[in-house]
Design a protein around this ligand. Structure first.
Ligand SMILES: Cc1ncc(COP(=O)(O)O)c(C=O)c1O
Length: 459
């Protein structure tokens, strides 16, 4: 859809102009980085595809930026170029690079053992911290949000005795196989591009559009869905906010159908210290948070309600003995606990969130001002400290609209042009995060850079 080469313009901008911008900005990027080009311009030696993790090839720059160091909301490459970082490791460093309390906790733990398969004293503090902050009584620790989601789905199926799950079109919950489905022309299919997937995933996963209450009602009617897995806002396509009343309907209908509700807050934790869940009073059966929960040290948490916990305990009493299918060896290690405790106690504070929210509003208003000034058919969407400009009119209501709004060629040209003006935003969509370390001056520079790029495109 979005790669339709018959169109002469994308997002209101002529294809020729986009191609020209990409070309000139690509050349400027190379010229500014002789060291990086010499050492990594043709790929990093020894790595398949020239990168240690294949997503690194998704950056639109001619080659990935080779980082020397990062601190706060600034990243410095090996050519000594400093960038205002609004990507922040695609949320892994949402609270800034090496937040000082986390760096101190890591240093303290470094000489005391890094993984034991036993709890540490910090673990005694973490359980109550999670209970108080997120409002659910029972928790487990994993290492990635992907794993936390996988484990929740397993528990949900175990205690409901139902095989099916339900996801929203355009979702991403990590590399959880069974969520990899899409609606294409209204028909459920395996997500295009999956490597080595022979199974028909639509056999066990239903997929409907976000904000579609009647489709939800119909999909839950047969009472065969164990769990709905949902982000409160779709953040992994162009950002789609929930309609007023959608979350109430989701909760009511899942309860009526005996279906459990997993709210995945891995990205929407940008909303506030207790996530979207606390701010908007959602009442999930399960809650998942990964990425920034330990300030950049790999860790995730999954929580469950009293009711789920007692059903799970009953299930465990009757299930045949043997491996549960959950757990990875390095999970719940003392380094994770140390970093998580510092993040929860000293970084994810009300004060920091107030600051992040204030600057995110400024960014939202500044970008909207630029879009209005150049009469671009674009809009800005935001959930707390997470801001996105979308190169199509809005607001978007579901995954299908979000897919149509995505403009990869145009977005790639803009991203490289922003890097050349000192600003890094996420390679996926046009996502920008405000951290507690982000300054007002950095936000102003981003707005100015965006204005300069918009002026070039609209000229
Ligand atoms: C909402 C959501 N859940 C889960 C994940 C998976 O996180 P991880 O890659 O750390 O497993 C992501 C990753 O982008 C995500 O956006």
């Amino acid at each position: 859809m979005h790669s339709d080469t018959s169109k002469t313009s994308i997002g209101g901008i002529g294809r020729d102009r986009i191609a020209e911008l990409r070309e000139t900005e690509g050349a400027a990027f190379r010229k500014a980085r002789p060291q990086s080009q010499a050492r990594a311009g043709n790929g990093l030696p020894g790595f398949f595809g020239g990168v240690p993790m294949h997503w690194m090839n998704d950056w639109p720059t001619p080659f990935p930026i080779l980082v020397d160091s990062a601190k706060g909301a600034t990243i410095t490459d090996i050519d000594g170029i400093r960038l205002d970082d609004f990507c922040l490791g695609d949320t892994g460093s949402m609270f800034g690079h090496s937040p000082p309390p986390v760096a101190r906790a890591i240093r303290r733990q470094a000489g005391r053992g890094l993984t034991y398969m036993l709890p540490s004293e910090d673990a005694l503090a973490i359980g109550p911290l999670l209970q108080q902050r997120f409002g659910l009584p029972f928790w487990q620790i994993a290492t990635t949000a992907t794993d936390a989601n996988r484990f929740v789905l397993r528990v949900a199926r175990a205690i409901t005795g139902r095989e099916k799950i339900l996801v929203f079109n355009g979702c991403y919950h990590g590399s959880v196989d069974e969520t990899m489905v899409r609606l294409i022309d209204g028909k459920p299919v395996n997500r295009p591009g999956l490597a080595g997937e022979f199974r028909d995933l639509t056999r066990t996963a239903k997929v409907i559009e976000f904000n579609d209450v009647s489709a939800l009602e119909a999909a839950l009617r047969d009472k065969d869905v164990a769990c709905v897995i949902a982000e409160p806002v779709l953040t992994n396509s162009c950002m789609v906010l929930a309609d007023p009343g959608f979350h109430d309907a989701l909760r009511k209908l899942t309860r009526q159908a005996g279906t459990l509700l997993l709210i995945d807050e891995t990205h929407t934790i940008s909303t506030g210290p207790g996530g979207y869940t606390r701010k908007y009073g959602l009442e999930p059966d399960f809650f998942v948070l990964g990425k920034p929960i330990a300030g950049g040290v790999p860790a995730s948490v999954w929580g469950m309600s009293d009711d789920v916990a007692s059903r799970y305990a009953d299930y465990n009493r009757t299930k045949e003995p043997g491996y549960s299918g959950m757990g990875t060896t390095l999970s719940a290690n003392p380094l994770q606990f140390a970093a998580m405790r510092a993040t929860l106690e000293e970084v994810m504070t009300e004060g920091n969130y107030d600051r992040m929210d204030h600057l995110a509003r400024r960014l939202d208003a500044g970008l909207t001002g630029v879009i209005d000034r150049y009469r671009l058919p674009w809009h800005v969407s935001r959930v707390g400290a997470r801001v996105e400009f979308i190169c199509a009119p809005g607001p978007l209501r579901n995954g299908a609209e979000a897919e149509l709004a995505h403009a990869p060629e145009l977005e790639a040209a803009i991203h490289v042009a922003l890097v050349n003006r000192g600003v890094l935003i996420a390679p996926f969509h046009n996502m920008m995060l405000i951290s507690p370390a982000t300054s007002g001056a950095q936000v102003n520079r981003l707005i100015t850079a965006f204005g300069a790029v918009a002026a070039k495109l609209a000229a």
